[in-house]
Design a protein around this ligand. Structure first.
Ligand SMILES: [Zn+2]
Length: 59
């Protein structure tokens, strides 16, 4: 998981929206992060539909 994903979503680092924990793990190849503490899952959303990051696979 490139660090750029995290930087775009959380410029100051990952922050769980549920418990505020700052550590997480990425799940599979998807842009889903799971909080280490409460296991809340956060899916990264991009600005608009059909708008993919350069180099994103499957587009
Ligand atoms: Zn959490």
């Amino acid at each position: 998981m490139p660090a750029a994903f995290l930087e775009l979503r959380w410029p100051e680092g990952f922050r769980c929206p549920k418990c505020g924990n700052s550590t997480c793990c990425a799940i599979g190849s998807r842009k889903v992060f799971q909080c280490h503490r409460c296991h809340h899952q956060v899916q990264l959303h991009w600005q608009s539909k059909g708008n993919h990051l350069p180099g994103e696979p499957g587009t």
